[in-house]
Design a protein around this ligand. Sequence first.
Ligand code: NAI
Length: 389
Amino acid sequence: MEGRVPGQRSTPQQDASDASPDAVLIRRTMAEVGPVADKVTSYFYALLFVRHPDLRSLFPAAMDTQRDRLLKALLTAAEHIDNTEVLVDYLQNLGRGHRKYGTRPEHYPAVGECLIGALSKYAAGIWNPELEAAWVRAYTTISQVMIDAAAADELRAPAWWYAEVVSHDQRTQDVAVVTVRPDQPYPFLAGQYTSVETPWWPRIWRHYSFASAPRPDGLLSFHVKAVPAGWVSNALVHRARPGDIIRLGPPAGSMTVDHTTDSGLLCLGGGTGIAPIKALVEDVAEHGERRTVEVFYGARTDHDLYDIDTMLRLQQSHPWLSVRAIIDQQAHLQLPDAIREYGPWNEYDAYLSGPPGMIRSGVDTLRDIGMPWERIRHDSVEELVGAAQ
Ligand SMILES: NC(=O)C1=CN([C@@H]2O[C@H](COP(=O)(O)OP(=O)(O)OC[C@H]3O[C@@H](n4cnc5c(N)ncnc54)[C@H](O)[C@@H]3O)[C@@H](O)[C@H]2O)C=CC1
């Protein structure tokens, strides 16, 4: 899925007054370079590829679509340097995820040096040794967490998996369900996602949620919508056929079911966001639990409810599951508004999956009706998040 990022639970914004001295200096730099972010990005990559031409091959041939991903991820991490728990989680994921690019520990100092080179040029008005020291400390912390996570992961998992497309089910003009067989076992949890690279766009990776809980036959399915200018999504929907080989990165994301409680699950799936929700339902079913699961499945039109039959079949076999379709055009309200019409939700954990706008307004609605942060789960869409896609 395009435009999204590593998983996290919702957390409130950190209070700026608690910021450490390094975090204050980092935010000051960010405010300074914010208006010229594009220039910082171009200069950073120019420095990197001129000084370290060997690193060029780790990036896609065409840098335009994801040119600023690395830099954004680093800057986002630096901005959250005080938020240790979320940051470490995010960076460990990022470090593991970087194995598939061929990243090695010795690449990190090269990147750090160019990062500081670009920042010092565009924040020249405020740059001083104190600021530089704060960035060096932040970058050292960030890179060490990533390097350590990658090294630990190397002992137990491959850097990537090859997977053969075994079926391609065109559900609508622009949505396909793609099922693949990994070349070796692929352990993951229902509700997680992975990154996918197609043979047609080498080194361009996009995130997709698993559309099923782990299956005994080891197959993995993804719901893919071809979006304008979406290279990977268009290739998967319009080009991929059985027999094609794609690559998968490691699983990631924390939108998973907590089996230590018996709270109900309130699930919002918008468009292809229904994919991980279906996986969560299967997961609850497999655990033989009798937890209430209430699914709201939002789509623009009837025609866009491409997976409603599957969801209704699940509803028929599981008395604890209820599925409601919310069609924008009919309801004159959007998916999150529907939460208010039902409930109460005090005994529920919420799971949100779909376009960033839906997740944001869904979280707002849930907070508004009094649901605590720790009960709201989704793959992150902003902050930490806006960065690592
Ligand atoms: N784990 C996740 O969070 C996943 C996210 N996705 C994302 O879901 C999106 C799916 O795209 P489409 O199928 O085109 O969905 P879409 O744009 O057709 O939206 C689906 C439904 O979500 C709701 N919605 C959309 N925007 C909203 C807003 N601003 N406020 C409130 N409700 C809103 C509406 O009910 C709408 O019918 C993609 O952006 C994809 O990246 C897909 C799979 C998993």
